[in-house]
Design a protein around this ligand. Structure first.
Ligand SMILES: Nc1ncnc2c1ncn2[C@@H]1O[C@H](COP(=O)(O)OP(=O)(O)OP(=O)(O)O)[C@@H](O)[C@H]1O
Length: 233
């Protein structure tokens, strides 16, 4: 479904990504791993058309979409939940969700407010609360809920559990696994390597902007030497 080839990205004179390849098949979950500053967020932002001057080939369902603007990537069916949560603090939970509603590719409307609230019962209890009144975990749930309201074919989650209490983290991971069973592909970045490898089919490890390892998540998880070398664990 998504095929990235030879992606290079720069911030000013700093060369951040060096010829990165990444594939995501329909309905599959892919983990993107790497220590801090290795280029994970840059890879996602480049894919979404948010890094000016990024070079390389991006194919979506066989079509060349390289260099597309963020709006186009979103319309193609890619939902992006950025690090640090992007919700409207002055709008209620309900308003935040309704505002994001959009048919997916081919006019699909599988996800609507009711289904998001079934998925995140906590949000159902706080429907009239303003975004800024929510806890960090609830804001994260709302942020994922908003992305689901766009009926994406691919959902990208960057550090979705960062800074959350363990129980809330577990809840987010439960939902991430659940989303994976609904046919939506996912690309997951998270510091918790074990959770990422357990929740994904395939994984790619970035090191200094290059793919250092890639393969089945189960195989990577079992390769202690590789984990130690590339992730320092
Ligand atoms: N806006 C920017 N301007 C200049 N350099 C940047 C910018 N954003 C990131 N960088 C640099 O690019 C490199 C890759 O950062 P990136 O955020 O992609 O890494 P990451 O793997 O996602 O790490 P983290 O988990 O810390 O977010 C780092 O060296 C970082 O300092």
């Amino acid at each position: 479904m998504l095929r990235i080839r030879s992606l290079d990205a720069y911030y000013g004179h700093s060369h951040i990504l060096h010829g990165v390849d990444l594939d995501i098949e329909q309905g599959k979950a892919v983990g993107l791993l790497g220590r801090n500053g290795m280029g994970k967020t840059t890879l996602i932002r480049s894919l979404m058309g948010l890094v000016p001057g990024a070079r390389g080939k991006v194919e979506w369902n066989g079509k060349d979409v390289s260099g597309s603007a963020p709006e186009r990537m979103a319309r193609l069916g890619i939902g992006y939940v950025p690090e640090g949560r992007g919700i409207f603090p002055n709008l209620s939970v309900h308003e935040n969700l309704v505002m994001s509603a959009r048919a997916g590719a081919g006019g699909r409307r599988d996800w609507h407010v009711e289904r998001v609230l079934e998925t995140f019962p906590r949000l159902a209890e706080r429907l009239d609360h303003g975004g800024q009144q929510l806890s960090g975990g609830e804001q994260q749930m709302l942020s994922i809920g908003r992305a689901l309201m766009t009926n994406p074919d691919l959902l990208i989650l960057d550090e979705a559990t960062e800074g959350l209490a363990p129980l809330i983290m577990q809840e987010i991971w439960r939902v991430i696994r659940h989303i994976g069973t609904t046919g939506i592909s996912t690309l997951i970045v998270d510091r918790n390597y074990h959770a990422v490898l357990a929740a994904t089919d395939m994984a790619v490890v970035l090191e200094k902007g290059r793919v250092a390892a890639a393969g089945r998540s189960a195989a990577l998880g079992a390769d202690q030497a590789s984990l130690a070398r590339h992730l320092g664990i």
